[in-house]
Design a protein around this ligand. Structure first.
Ligand code: SIN
Length: 509
């Protein structure tokens, strides 16, 4: 017989939430300088479950003064944390990782509750989130400088890798935990102290991770997590203009990224920008159609289409268009939409009403311009305000909004094409370039198309490219900088050159 479950059941208006360790759910407080504190004004904002609309909890509405206090705590902590060894930082990250694994089920519950994604997906996100802590715990002791042969006789040149300083990390709601660990992991491995502005929609996962960082023994002030909703622009501006902050890492929309970059220019901070995408997903006549259908389903509908790397334009070559469309639509019809905690649900609600409005406007625009709705196409008010049917559209053209704008929702539009040259031109005819995918079994085409796509990441014969080991980032207006991988730590370091003169001295007799 299984032992009885120990934990707490929280009743909301519509559902029950079971949490083994309720002290992970930090409401009304932020984590600053190793302490749980309220906003000085006492103001809070509400966080609501996107599935039911019920209250999850309240969070502090930080303002500029609260934010400056967090920056100051990080500045003080940085002075000593930068002196720790890579091995010491590795052990801290590993301890944090172990705690995250131990509490995965609770963390997944919090993600599913505040973000709406099905619990199974939230568990998947937690495995992904934990993998960044594991990865960077392994990178921390292996941060090397170089010995460089000088062009000046007698000189010796070495480089030192040093932590850049206090980092401001601004994270999105679509991966409430994984985008935290993908930034905190390398920052801490490098020896930086951080202030993270958690997303107003999903602050409780970042705060739960902060609680585990605390339990892991990460020194006070090294990790700070703050929240705001109405004050978000003010808090963002404070973070990116404060001279004590030396690095900004932002994941979010291209428009906000541009604004932050402009604001940060006054103090010339180091920047990483992981911004919007408009991913092409290309299926050539020579592809394995079943594998391409599976890849397109995974890429397009992960997180109900709310990821920056989701396929946004699915281009299918004319010879297999009908077969692909038929098989793809059949798979999408199998989805079950509903509350993320309900049995068998594969797709939850979208994050809020603005997301629903955008998705709906893209479908209506495509329909008005001649696309056919093969599956879905409607809101699902009986389930709640934020639900939309997984949708498949055929007969898409470049005149439709979906061709040039990121939908960020569960709508797949299929565009027909004839030649490789044509589809690569169409794929690249966008201002952004984050991910791109294609399916083909022609070896030379695989190499050719991978080289010609103007994106930071290419998936060949796969719809899933996310991996802590693989560099993540874009080109063009999708931003710059690479997260994860062996390159991730560099974003949080400076290279200091030390030149030793008069070193070619004769041996003493
Ligand atoms: C994102 O949507 O910003 C991240 C997606 C991923 O890491 O797979």
């Amino acid at each position: 017989m299984a032992p009885p479950k120990v934990g707490v059941t929280l009743a909301t208006r519509s559902i029950y939430i079971f949490i083994v360790d309720p002290s992970l759910l930090k409401t009304d407080v932020c984590y600053v300088n190793g302490e749980w504190i309220k906003a000085k004004s006492g103001k809070t904002f509400q966080v609501n479950d996107p599935g039911t609309g019920d209250l999850v909890g309240n969070c502090p509405e930080f303002d500029a003064a609260d934010t400056r206090a967090a920056i100051s705590a990080a500045e003080t902590a940085f002075a000593s944390f930068r002196k720790t060894t890579g091995r010491e930082r590795s052990k801290l990250l590993r301890k944090w990782y172990d705690l995250v694994i131990e509490h995965t089920e609770d963390l997944a519950t919090i993600i599913a509750w505040e973000n709406g994604k099905p619990v199974a997906d939230a568990r998947g996100e937690m495995a992904y989130a934990a993998s960044f802590l594991e990865w960077f715990s392994e990178e921390a002791p292996r941060i090397y400088g170089d010995t460089i042969p000088s062009s000046i006789p007698g000189n010796r040149v070495v480089t030192l890798k040093e932590p850049v300083g206090v980092c401001a990390l601004i994270t999105p709601w679509n991966f409430p935990a994984a985008m935290i660990t993908r930034k905190f992991g390398p920052a801490l491995a490098a020896g930086c102290a951080v202030v993270c502005k958690a997303p107003g929609e999903t602050p409780f996962s970042p705060l739960a991770l902060a609680e585990l960082a605390h339990r892991a023994g990460i020194p006070a002030g090294v990790v700070n997590v703050i929240t705001a909703l109405d004050n978000t622009p003010l808090v963002g501006e404070t973070l990116v203009t404060d001279p004590a902050v030396r690095k900004i890492s932002f994941t979010g929309s291209t428009n906000v990224g541009k604004l932050l970059m402009k604001q940060a220019s006054g103090t010339l901070k180091k920047l990483s920008m992981e911004l919007g995408g408009n991913a092409p997903f290309i299926v050539f006549d020579d592809a394995d159609v079943d594998a391409a259908v599976a890849g397109a389903v995974a890429s397009k509908f992960r997180g109900s289409g709310q990821t920056c790397v989701c396929a946004n334009r699915i281009f299918v070559q004319k010879g297999i268009y009908d077969e692909f469309a038929h098989k793809f639509a059949a798979k999408v019809r199998e989805f079950k939409v509903g509350n993320g905690f309900a049995e068998g649900v594969t797709h939850g609600p979208l994050i809020h009403g603005r997301a629903i409005a955008k998705v709906d406007s893209h479908v209506r625009d495509a329909e008005a311009k001649g696309a056919q709705i093969v599956v879905g196409g409607q809101k699902l008010p009986d389930l709640g305000e934020n639900f939309f049917q997984p949708t498949v559209l055929t007969g898409m053209t470049s005149a439709m909004a979906m061709a040039s704008e990121e939908t960020f929702g569960p709508v797949a539009g299929l565009f027909a094409f004839e030649t490789e040259e044509e589809v690569v031109r169409l794929a690249n005819s966008t201002t952004v370039g984050l991910a791109g995918y294609f399916f083909s079994r022609d070896l030379q085409r695989v190499q050719r198309v991978a080289e010609h796509l103007e994106v930071g990441m290419v998936g060949v014969n796969t719809g899933l490219i996310s991996d802590a080991a693989a560099p993540f980032g874009g080109v063009k207006e999708s931003g710059f900088g690479r997260e994860g991988s062996m390159y991730g730590v560099d974003e949080y370091m400076i290279t200091k050159t030390v030149t030793y003169g008069n070193m070619a001295l004769p041996l003493q007799k």
